[in-house]
Ligand binder design. Structure first.
Ligand SMILES: Nc1ncnc2c1ncn2[C@@H]1O[C@H](COP(=O)(O)OP(=O)(O)O)[C@@H](O)[C@H]1O
Ligand SMILES: O=C(O)C1=C[C@@H](OP(=O)(O)O)[C@@H](O)[C@H](O)C1
Ligand SMILES: [Mg+2]
Length: 182
């Protein structure tokens, strides 16, 4: 099966959902940020600091091209992955892209908690973060809207319910869950 690429704004749940769907289906899971970190022996934050965003985007593109040749894999992209170079065209030609759609409120709540490891928003105060998300969503939407499918990823309230979201994803995409997870 060709790769499934999860795309969407920071905090929409790409890494969490991808990991759970992989566990429940037996597909291989790749988190593009972690894939980069393992290859370069540095965190995303460190790569931004040492090479700038431009350096990170070059690396991200190279790593994306590698993963696009894999089979039976679900790839959680970074929020910016589809918005640079022809990355979106590569993903759409080599696999299936799924946009994870979450409300502004949900993104804001999740990112207030998890902003420290994300260099673009680390250190922002609540209102500043909200405005940043609104602007970024507006400028990134033309790329995100090229996805082959949309999946609502903010319906559940807490992490204990992520399994339910993963089950819904599996049935929406027509994937097969492993027997132990049915
Ligand atoms: N479906 C969900 N329901 C509840 N919480 C979620 C869900 N998906 C993600 N989260 C929480 O939101 C935060 C951001 O999720 P993450 O998977 O890191 O997003 P992304 O990779 O898109 O930036 C994490 O703290 C995670 O536990
Ligand atoms: O939106 C972005 O530009 C980024 C999103 C991050 O991934 P997540 O979307 O998984 O947080 C990570 O790739 C980097 O911090 C840049
Ligand atoms: Mg992620």
């Amino acid at each position: 099966m060709k790769p499934i690429f999860l795309i969407g704004y920071m905090g929409c749940g790409k890494s969490t959902l991808g990991r759970n769907v992989a566990r429940m289906t037996g597909l291989q899971f790749i988190d593009l940020d972690n894939f980069i970190e393992a290859r370069f022996h540095a965190s995303v934050k460190e790569i931004f600091a040492s090479r700038g965003e431009e350096g990170f985007r070059d690396i991200e593109r190279r790593m994306l091209i590698e993963t696009s040749d894999f089979q039976d894999v679900i790839v959680a992209c970074g929020g910016g992955t589809p918005c640079f170079f022809d990355n979106m065209e590569i993903m759409n030609s080599k696999g299936v892209t799924v946009y994870l759609d979450a409300s502004l409120e949900k993104l804001h709540t999740r990112l207030m908690r998890g902003r420290h490891k994300r260099p673009l928003i680390a250190g922002m105060e609540s209102e500043q973060l909200r405005e940043f998300i609104v602007k970024a969503l507006e400028s990134r939407m033309p790329y995100y809207s090229k996805a082959s499918m949309v999946f609502r990823s903010d319906l559940l309230e807490n992490e204990a319910e992520v399994g339910e979201t993963a089950s819904r994803f599996i049935s929406q995409l027509g994937l097969t869950a492993k027997e132990s997870d049915i």
